[in-house]
Design a protein around this ligand. Sequence first.
Ligand code: PGA
Length: 241
Amino acid sequence: MRIIKVKDYEEMSRKTANIISAQVILKPDCVLGLATGSTPIGTYKQLIEWYQKNDIDFCEVTTFNLDEYVGLSFDSNQSYHYYMNKMFFSQINVDMKNAHIPDGMNTNAAEECRRYDEKIRSCGGIDLQLLGIGLDGHIGFNEPGTSFELGTHCATLTESTIRANERFFEKAENVPKYAYTMGMKSIMQAKKILLIANGENKAQILREAFLGQITPQVPASILQLHSDVTLIVDEASGKFL
Ligand code: PGA
């Protein structure tokens, strides 16, 4: 595992964008795994800036997002469809036919999850997967205690995640209780993984995930077994690494 420690959020975002950019230059029709949350926003901003300067071209790129809430329509402004369109897709030249996010409006969970895994497989798997990490060690919506063996599945959100996401909704009871998420098995199949984190509040979970025991209680800990993982962490979050 490579650990790249940087000064602050800006440097984390620039370095992450650099690695994604190198991937797209080396393989213009690559498959990127993308994440939502507050951590990757600066990375997407930087990639948009380089796209506007003609330094990066997404026209052949395929993307797969990690997750989506169940029951939120694409245009609901808390859905991850909305986030991705606003923060990234609408400002670059990705072909929207090739930008995939689980369909939270499909009420047939088994069918939706099977369809998503099949789509990833038919595109040849993910070349580079971008990840954030939750305060409880979750990746996507793989909450503590989730089996490492799962592909895309319907997850029940924990209280801690509902509380953490409450800030995006008017009331806690509006936070959806379920989400479709790629499983740790799907994530471990990505050829390369890039996990990013910033801020003091992530320091302890990064220590547990990457220096502690590999256990489903800390979903990110399984990444210790992946052969090509890079962590980009700022000084505050990386202080124990
Ligand atoms: P954050 O979320 O980037 O908003 O901290 C990370 C996560 O929950 O996966």
